[in-house]
Write a protein that binds this ligand. Structure first.
Ligand code: SF4
Length: 415
């Protein structure tokens, strides 16, 4: 039975009153462009061991790796000639054989609510988006792990874009460093004044399908002598790749978020095909045994609210039963519509009622106000616009007989 809807004027979310949408789109000059065929090694994304080996191959002692690490990840320096503690000869050798590279920022968009979105281009021309979401006392950077996604969650626009490739560790760490560049947050602040205080692996892609690169990148981000973000401030979000959950807890110890979105296998099978492989019972078992789980370190269940599909009182009650015994909270996400999507967002009052039911069951269930909707930076909207724009630009170029140097898709696929 569906719960009664309140009557009266319907509330709206910030930024959408009167259909008002504002946009501040700006083209940013890339701070550095490394040619695609540059044979030099990118220092960013190498583990400490790999950096030590690289320096050994240049005839240098292991302690140099620590110094170089400090310059790259603590100071944010990209110019070897300014790394004064390294000595002139080593600086010259490094400049000859290595670079300190970040992804190229090709576009920045700012939402009226303070959200910032960067379109980042990698040396092979592929692109991904990274979003900064400011809060009152902190700011989270939503980082992508893949270009596109193999999963086809029905409510997610990113899921309609085929997987192009996994991002490398350099490209994942590079997203964080590019955002730090944008805020000038170097050297790494060692106190609570950070603007970029949290990382959520919740952008494009399924992080567990690119685990090695994600793990390597997060270890660099967590390293106390570099980017120095505590594991308590990092959340990895998965659609439910059960076999990887325990490993993540043991190896990384970061916080875990699950894209849950349904209380029954029937509904979850419909909107998240991965559920057919790893059904809810298995997923909940993996959550129950997530290493380090306790009341202070709870799992977050992400739950996108889809009108008429998963938003009933029965759904709320089923959710409470489903997560029994798991220290957890819910994040209720009002569905962010995109062109061609089959779903609608329930009215705010309806979502508030759903939240209250979960509260009554003993679970915190805040409604995550949509952020950056006006720049398509909200949950499930990433890459959509850039992909569309890229395709129309490419079509225009092809119409003029100009080849597209960054094409990764057969032009005949274009609608
Ligand atoms: S919700 Fe995440 S896992 Fe599902 S299609 Fe979208 S990006 Fe992929």
């Amino acid at each position: 039975m569906r719960y009664a809807m309140k009557t009266g004027p319907e509330k709206t979310f910030p930024g959408e009153a009167n259909g008002h949408i504002s946009r501040d789109m700006r083209d940013i000059k890339p701070h550095r462009v490394i040619p695609r065929n540059d044979p030099r090694v990118n220092i960013v994304g190498l583990s400490r061991e790999e950096l030590t080996d690289l320096l050994a191959s240049l005839g240098e002692k292991p302690f140099r790796a620590k110094q170089l690490w400090h310059w790259v990840y603590h100071r944010g320096e990209t110019d070897f000639s300014k790394m004064t503690s390294l000595g002139g000869a080593l600086r010259a050798k490094l400049a000859e054989s290595c670079v300190v590279d970040r992804p190229e920022v090709t576009r920045e968009q700012r939402s009226t609510d303070g959200t910032r979105k960067w379109l980042l281009r990698f040396p092979d021309g592929n692109e991904a988006e990274t979003v900064y979401i400011p809060e009152d006392d902190r700011g989270a950077l939503c980082v992508s792990s893949q270009v596109g996604c193999t999963l086809t969650c029905k409510f997610c626009h990113t899921g309609t874009q085929l997987l192009v490739r996994n991002l490398t560790s350099a490209e994942i760490v590079g997203q964080f460093m590019a955002a730090r560049d944008a805020y000038g947050e170097w050297p790494s602040p060692m106190d609570e004044t950070r603007i970029l205080s949290n990382v959520v692996m919740m952008g494009m892609g399924e992080p567990f399908y690119n685990y090695d690169n994600v793990a390597k990148a997060l270890k660099i981000i967590m390293d106390g002598e570099g980017l120095a973000l505590s594991k308590r401030r990092i959340t990895l979000s998965t659609s439910g790749v059960v076999p990887m959950i325990r490993r993540c807890g043991e190896e990384l110890g970061v916080k875990l978020a699950i894209s849950l979105h349904a209380a029954t296998d029937e509904v979850r099978n419909e909107i998240m095909p991965i559920n057919k492989k790893y059904p809810l019972a298995e997923l909940m078992d993996a959550c129950r045994t997530y290493p380090g789980l306790n009341n202070a370190r709870r799992i977050t269940f992400e739950y996108v609210m889809l009108k008429g599909l998963n938003d009933s009182e029965a759904d709320a009650r089923a959710l409470i039963k489903l997560v029994e015994g798991i220290p957890c909270k819910f994040n209720l996400i009002p569905f962010n519509p995109w062109p061609g999507s089959d779903y609608e967002c329930p009215p705010v009052s309806h979502i508030e009622r759903f939240s209250m039911l979960l509260n009554d069951g003993g679970y915190s269930a805040p409604i995550r106000m949509p952020r950056g909707r006006d720049i398509l930076a909200a949950c499930g909207q990433l890459r959509s616009e850039s992909e569309r724009e890229r395709k129309s630009l490419m079509k225009a170029r092809l119409a003029q007989g100009i080849p597209d140097e960054h094409a990764t898709t057969d032009p005949s696929d274009f609608p």
